[in-house]
Design a protein around this ligand. Structure first.
Ligand SMILES: Nc1ncnc2c1ncn2[C@@H]1O[C@H](COP(=O)(O)OP(=O)(O)OP(=O)(O)O)[C@@H](O)[C@H]1O
Length: 278
């Protein structure tokens, strides 16, 4: 059996605020294979963002393990962690929050090239044009202030920035949730096309099961910090086994289901269960 690209085991994270304890993650185990999209869906507060941030090492779990390829990602620090950050990138719901308000599109794309030493100053304009092209944007957008481009274009810039380090996994946290329906469909199409071209894996986090179903090979449903159900996307949507799953399926607006892609993982068929605790 092929080893998963990302595998987390028994992750727990308890938040303490104002004398109250909230279980952000309660013994979560799941994996993502190379070239595969795992959709992580659940109601507000179910722990999706916590899991995404723990995978990115933006939040430390209380216990549990995170493996990426052969590396014990949870134990890395310093230079080794910085080097690992090239292999896993993240795209947020609102990329503008992460962009310097005065930055141009070129500045945003130059950052990862500079930080990770991926292109000399002289090479950067050509590399930036290539990155823009890979997300369907014209090279002349580079000179525009990033705040002056449309929401859809800004999200394409965020994806291009993630691609700059040639990652194997991109964690997308509500990455299309703020976009209107037409633009959302275009970005989903782009993500699927990039996956096919590059064999990228996605951990696709969303509260919207219809969107998750459109792009995911497997779906894991979270509720109150636990994965309550996981399986092939079509099976989970057609026959949800958990109460949370049934509620999410019932909430899919019948007239607004995005076009279903016929998904073929870039590499061989993904294996295993999304969750050992489901
Ligand atoms: N920094 C924090 N301090 C205290 N509690 C937190 C913190 N971050 C998250 N929580 C709590 O942990 C639980 C899981 O939150 P999380 O943001 O991971 O869920 P989510 O599924 O991503 O929700 P949403 O879709 O609303 O972002 C929630 O009850 C939330 O209130």
């Amino acid at each position: 059996m092929r080893a998963p690209l990302l595998a987390v085991h028994n992750l727990t994270k308890t938040y303490r605020s104002g004398g109250r304890e909230v279980k952000g993650l309660d013994n979560v185990s799941m994996s993502v294979a190379a070239g595969e999209t795992i959709g992580l869906v659940g109601p507000s507060g179910s722990g999706k963002s916590t899991l995404a941030r723990v995978v990115m090492r933006l939040i430390e779990p209380d216990s549990g393990t995170i493996a990426f390829g052969d590396e014990n990602l949870g134990a890395l620090s310093g230079k080794a962690l910085r080097s690992m950050r090239k292999r896993i990138q993240m795209v947020f719901q609102d990329p503008s929050a992460a962009f310097n308000p005065r930055a141009t599109v070129a500045d945003v794309l130059a950052d990862p090239l500079r930080i990770h030493g991926l292109a000399s100053r002289a090479e950067r304009p050509r590399r930036i044009a290539e990155l823009l092209d890979s997300v369907g944007l014209p090279a002349n957008l580079a000179a525009r202030p990033v705040h002056a481009v449309s929401g859809g274009q800004r999200q394409r810039v965020a994806i291009a920035r993630a691609l700059a380090t040639e990652p194997e996994l991109i964690v997308l946290d509500e990455a299309v949730s703020a976009l209107d329906v037409t633009v959302r469909g275009q970005i989903l199409d782009l993500l699927v096309a990039l996956q096919r071209e590059r064999g990228l894996a996605y951990l696709f986090v969303s509260h919207d099961l219809a969107v998750v179903r459109a792009v995911s090979h497997r779906i894991a449903i979270m509720d109150r910090g636990r994965i309550v159900e996981a399986g092939p996307a079509a099976t989970v949507v057609a026959d949800p086994q958990s109460e949370t799953g049934r509620a999410l399926v019932a909430a899919i607006p019948r007239l607004h289901i995005p076009r279903l892609h016929t998904l073929q993982p870039h590499t061989s068929q993904p294996h295993g269960e999304a969750s050992q605790n489901a």
